[in-house]
Design a protein around this ligand. Structure first.
Ligand code: GLU
Length: 304
């Protein structure tokens, strides 16, 4: 398979198409990003790598971080984690409060904001220094000691994070947040502010294509069964209430964020990071979705 030629071809096609998306503006700092940025980076488990466009520019990975907080909490707590949250797609927007009332404060899955807040609460209960320990985990997974949070982005979100505050206090009222909601929110905003470029993104997530292990490192990050389950959750819940559409058009597990990034995994093959900041109506990168749709169509390879 000539991945390089296919990526170049699809990148140039999508770059020249009209972008009907809009920048996320509810977090003030995200509204300042150059809307024309577009980068892609591919990492295969046979070590082949290729990047194109703005793949070396850092961006805010936002909700993509929810996969990483889940992995760390899953590693620590094992299957007990599912006593606190579900594994079903929500079918409602990522920051919805509606279902939580009916579900008595048990979020449908770890990738909606409510679920990610519960995961942050679990991490606060189990880590001595949650921010530093989570960063160390990410740096270890990626093999990149340069990864960091953006205090500017975290502060910007905190200044307007009313809905996440409402979610956190609402879940607390049902007893499913154990720590001080202000501490949970502070950790949540910080975790969402992680910055990566497309190459760092695809390299960080390669372990999910490699059965839960980094390349050439025998120590697993997750067991094979846990890796299967995280990929399954990305497949069913990774794209807000557009997860069915992503499955249908792309056919890979993945996760998006309101910073315009998308990571997609082909188990046993590769991970691919795409970034284009303008979002479609459901909150997913407009060009990122298009790129991945054409990419799996042209490679004729997906998990289905
Ligand atoms: N930090 C963002 C929020 O809570 C993440 C949203 C996202 O990327 O889906 O609104």
């Amino acid at each position: 398979m000539n991945y390089k030629a296919i990526i170049e071809d699809v990148y140039n096609t999508v770059r020249n198409e009209e972008d009907a998306g809009k920048l996320a503006s509810y977090i003030p700092e995200l509204a300042k990003v150059d809307p024309e940025k577009f980068g892609v980076h591919f990492s295969a488990i046979d070590r082949f790598e290729f990047g194109i466009g703005d793949y070396r520019d850092k961006f805010s990975i936002q909700s993509i971080t929810k996969v990483l907080t889940l992995c760390l909490a899953y590693k620590i707590l094992g299957e007990k984690i599912w006593e606190r949250l579900g594994v079903e797609p929500s079918g409602t927007p990522f920051n919805s409060l509606i279902q939580l009332e009916a579900d008595k404060g048990v979020p449908r899955n770890p990738f909606i904001n409510a679920g990610a807040l519960v995961i942050c609460d679990i991490l606060l209960s189990h880590l001595d220094n949650p921010k530093a320990d989570f960063l160390e985990f990410i740096r270890n997974v990626s093999g990149n000691p340069g990864l960091n949070y953006s205090p500017k982005i975290a502060d910007s979100e905190k200044s307007v994070g009313y809905r996440n505050m409402a979610l956190c206090y609402f879940i607390k009222s049902f007893g499913n947040i154990k720590n001080d909601p202000l501490e949970v929110l502070d950790f949540y905003f910080c975790s969402c502010s992680l910055e990566m470029d497309c190459s760092e993104l695809s390299r960080t997530f390669l372990f999910l294509a490699n059965g839960g292990r980094k390349l050439f490192d025998p120590t697993p990050i997750l067991t094979k069964s846990q890796t299967k389950r995280v990929n399954a959750l990305m497949q069913t819940c990774g794209f807000y209430d557009e997860s069915g559409e992503f499955s249908f058009k792309v056919g890979l597990p993945g996760k998006s964020g309101v910073g315009g990034g998308i990571i997609a995994i082909h188990p046993s093959q590769y991970s691919i990071g795409v970034w284009s900041p303008k979002l479609n109506e459901k909150g997913n990168s407009f060009k990122g979705m298009k790129f991945l749709e054409y990419f799996t169509t042209n490679t004729q390879l997906s998990i289905f």
